[in-house]
Write a protein that binds this ligand. Sequence first.
Ligand SMILES: [Zn+2]
Length: 338
Amino acid sequence: MARGEAGSKRKRVSAIHAQIPGGSYFPEAPTCATYTDMPNKPNFYAGGMLDRVSALRKDQSWIDARRAAAETRIVPVWRAQNFMLGDLEAPQAGLLTMADLPEEAEYFLLGLNGETAYFAVDLSDLEDPATHPSFAGRGSFADLRSFGPLLGHDEGNILAYARGLTWWHSRHRFCGVCGHPTVSAEAGHVRRCTNPDCATSHFPRTDPAVIMLVHDGDRCLLGRQPRFPPGMYSTLAGFVEPGESLEGAVAREVFEESNIRVGEVTYHSSQPWPFPSSLMLGFHAVATTTDIRTEQDELEDAQWFTRSQILNWEEGGPYRLPRADSISRRLIEDWLHG
Ligand SMILES: [Zn+2]
């Protein structure tokens, strides 16, 4: 039975009756629902064990005490790369202590695990961390996507969180209102404009993006972008635009990329994707049309695939699924085995 049909355990949360002048993405007035039987398996980089203690971030004396505590752990980031111990065969998150690191660097509080505080630090000013005494011979900096799938979920979440927060700081050094420099405040969860006549507070940003497994019950719609590895087909995805609902973005993106219209849109789960600053919001969507067209630049191909076709894709064959740590893979796997 297809997800979203009668009998599935879900809760109807809203109904859309869209009548958009000049053409609607919703010719059949779709509904949006969310599962109530969500599997409790977290997505990669989601979950996480940290208490973000948002009230304590404002307490500078508490922050200073946590920074000085011997048990505090530091999550270094260098030019958007995370510190990794071991090698790509058996990586571990590179967590250091304050004794290992320069006192004068900016530290951003990630949260608490029990009594242990975790801070991120951006060391991008170092020319070559491999020769710095804090890191030489201890590990290496690498793109989280190259080793994240081999980490535990908690470690993966902390490293992704540190990457996302340090990236935001690096891109918001100046006030978008008046152009003056900004400074970090509240342990790194605000940047304040230094112009006293402006004094705007800027908060960390996350860009919502929808990603959706479109299906008609027996077949699912997968596409490929020219930049994908050879043979890889994935779910469709796109950014939510201003003034748009999530279900509206799902329907628009699917139509724009494939010419397929969708009816019921069902929320599945979400995944932080700090590459550099997205939150991926996963959906299953029921197709109401079948004629695929990919005239726009985004996709070079899109096809309908049956469950048995995908389940019989072989290693080294012409088709392959997306990477194991992607929510796309999760959406496909849950549909295949649902
Ligand atoms: Zn300003």
